[in-house]
Design a protein around this ligand. Structure first.
Ligand code: FMN
Length: 233
């Protein structure tokens, strides 16, 4: 802790927090991404919390074109299984194909999401950099306490990474589809068997203008006070 209280530029901080989108169609596949910026963003991500201060996170930065092609191939195959409802996740109903009432915001946003998601499926291999955050341990068969502790030790850092990239005008997208081929990708990259991959972020410069805040379900609908049936004042 430092004695001096640094002023915080709330407007800029809030802008980054509100406009860090999953960018797919506006990734610049031509302009090289300086590794110094990736290093800076990763260094910031290391300020995220980890359970018991274990810091058992690892970040695989993939720039090799053949490896990026192979990962994109896995992503494409995984996307086909997802769209055809052949994944375990499909059985939970938490997928892009979930249907909502016509007036539901998520129903209205679905077509654009499908289009953008489809674009990434076709073009992922062109992303100049891919980052795969990993965490030590395998915990898929463990209880909720263990799972929350393990995921909670890598997902905050992953989100910090996206925010730090965004603050440097780099775009990325949170993706997980490739995890259907986690074993194959670990073998490809030499990730040890006792590490779990958490996501895959394609990273590139952002093309076009600025990003905007997204429309979301209203706070009143999703936040409660004291009891589940009582919405936050
Ligand atoms: C856990 C998780 C998994 C996701 N997996 C994918 C994915 O595999 N492919 C993809 O295109 N987007 C993926 N997304 C991005 C979501 O579709 C996106 O966050 C959502 O549509 C909201 O858009 P926004 O991030 O631009 O605000 C994922 C997001 C999360 C949080």
């Amino acid at each position: 802790m430092t004695d001096e209280i640094q002023p915080i530029d709330l407007a800029s901080v809030d802008h980054v927090l509100k406009t860090t989108r999953s960018v797919r169609k506006r990734l610049d596949f031509e302009r090289p991404v300086p590794m110094a910026l990736i290093r800076e963003a990763l260094d910031i991500a290391l300020q995220a919390p980890t359970g018991a201060n274990t810091q058992t996170w690892r970040f695989m930065v993939v720039t090799d074109p053949a490896a990026r092609e192979a990962i994109a191939d896995c992503y494409r195959k995984a996307a086909a299984a997802y769209v055809e409802g052949r994944t375990a996740l499909s059985r939970t109903g938490v997928t892009m194909m979930r249907e909502y009432e016509a007036e539901d915001l998520r129903q209205q946003q679905r077509a654009a999401l499908m289009k953008s998601g489809g674009y990434l499926i076709q073009h992922l291999h062109k992303a100049p950099v891919m980052i795969i955050p990993c965490i030590e341990g395998r915990f898929e068969r463990d209880d909720v306490f263990t799972q929350a502790s393990m995921w909670g030790s890598i997902l905050p850092a992953t989100w910090s990474l996206m925010l730090a990239l965004r603050a440097r005008r780099l775009a990325s997208a949170w993706t997980t589809l490739h995890l259907q081929y986690e074993r194959e990708i670990s073998a490809l990259l030499g990730i040890p068997d006792d590490y779990t991959q958490a996501a895959l972020l394609p990273v590139a410069w952002l093309t076009g203008g600025d990003l905007k805040p997204a429309a979301r379900l209203p706070l009143a609908e999703v936040a409660f006070q004291n009891r589940w049936e009582q919405h936050l004042d």
